[in-house]
Write a protein that binds this ligand. Structure first.
Ligand code: ADP
Length: 375
């Protein structure tokens, strides 16, 4: 696991002053660092996801930003205000959790009005504001229902309306869709993105779901063991992951280990089985050993006999074929590769069967050299 934070050059969406700036943020529990010294800048209006597996420190980090967890060290700025020691209610933050945390005895309108009432806003303004929020999350007609009379998706919309009704500077979402079934999750996810764009509110979403992070975010910060592994746009993280962890966490990763060698003017990666792979132009060479990533949809399969001399290719045998409608997914194995390789091909019907001998190729520019090499 890389101990350094690998930050991409991707700029936040707005180059003005950041909405939030976290520096050296740390939370230790006994001898364990749940958050191990995090630096993060989020631009005004940006949608940033913190993506990581269970136990990576996501909720602790969000709790620190919200003020629900006291830091061991570091600083949190929201706008130009240092909020490190400011109580949660005074941070001007809207919060949404996985468990909707609605007041069961209050109606939809009562729940949404609550943050306005505690801020001492007058009744007339509350009414108008609640109507606006109900309209925003499209719950018109359900104002007088109790939470128990709503579906999970509707309850989460109430929670979202309640979090944004007072116009917070920052919206924090902690696995807000995890309790919903798949179809509903996709629906509410799109709704959330639409709403965030409409309001322009700076948003930080915590999730372990890569699809959720990829489809909602301007940028994603990948967290493991309390340390950011990489921060970048979804495309950067998928196409140019900094290390094996990020490569494997976002999508399926074919990883090929070998020695970096010179061939005339060019560098090649010589696999342990002796096959030489061209390196993508401009690759940073990490050292003598390296690992190349090739995504499944970049792989081209040809019958093994079709390989022409002068081109690279890896001869394998098809081990498994799965028809998935939009694509066919082939798993290959062979003596010249140490791990199985996966190809996703847009074949209308499977072109190859288990046991067929195939040659795997890809365009050199579709390979990506990882910077942390072999593990
Ligand atoms: P995630 O949200 O990514 O699942 P958490 O932030 O909940 O991760 O936890 C990160 C690490 O900190 C875990 O190892 C967890 O056991 C530990 N941790 C979290 N909260 C506490 C706590 N209150 N006391 C002790 N350890 C904790």
């Amino acid at each position: 696991m890389a101990s350094n934070q690998l930050i991409s050059d991707a700029r936040p969406v707005d180059s003005g002053p950041p909405a939030i700036e976290v520096s050296g943020l740390r939370k230790d529990y006994g001898g364990v660092s749940a958050v191990a010294g995090i630096d993060l800048t989020v631009a005004q209006g940006e949608f940033l996801s913190i993506l990581g597996p269970s136990g990576s420190g996501k909720s602790t980090l969000l709790g620190l930003i919200a003020g629900l967890v006291q830091p061991t060290g570091g600083r949190i700025m929201i706008g130009s205000r240092d909020v490190t020691l400011v109580p949660p209610a005074q941070r001007d933050i809207g919060l949404v959790f996985q468990s909707y945390a609605l007041f069961p005895n209050m109606t939809v309108a009562g729940n949404i009005a609550f943050p306005l009432a505690v801020r001492g806003i007058n009744k007339c303004d509350i009414k108008a504001r609640v109507e606006w929020a109900i309209d925003l999350v499209r719950l018109n007609g359900l104002e007088n229902r109790k939470p128990s009379q709503l579906s999970g998706g509707q309850q989460q919309r109430v929670a979202i309306a309640r979090a944004v009704v007072f116009g917070p500077r920052l919206l924090l979402l902690d696995e807000p869709l995890a309790a919903l079934d798949r179809k509903l999750r996709e629906e509410v996810r799109m709704e959330l993105r639409r709403l965030q764009r409409k309001l322009g509110v700076t948003t930080i979403l915590v999730t372990h779901d890569q699809d959720e992070a990829m489809s909602t975010s301007d940028r994603i910060a990948v967290l493991a063991q309390g340390v950011f592994q990489q921060i970048g746009t979804p495309a950067e993280l998928y196409r140019q992951p900094a290390n094996r962890f990020v490569a494997g966490f976002l999508g399926v990763a074919n990883l090929l280990d070998g020695d970096v060698e010179r061939e005339g003017d060019e560098a090649v990666l010589t696999l342990d089985g002796g096959i030489k792979l061209p390196l993508p132009a401009g690759s940073r060479l990490p050292g003598s050993r390296a690992t190349m990533l090739v995504r499944p949809e970049r792989i081209n399969l040809e019958p093994a006999t079709d390989v022409r001399t002068g081109r690279f290719g890896i001869n394998c045998e098809v081990a498994d074929v799965v028809y998935q409608g939009e694509i066919v997914r082939y798993t290959m194995q062979g003596p010249s590769i140490s791990t199985n390789l996966v190809a996703s091909c847009q074949h209308v019907v499977p072109k190859f069967s288990p046991g067929d001998r195939v040659c795997i190729t890809w365009r050199p520019e579709d390979g990506w050299l990882l910077q942390d090499g072999e593990k």
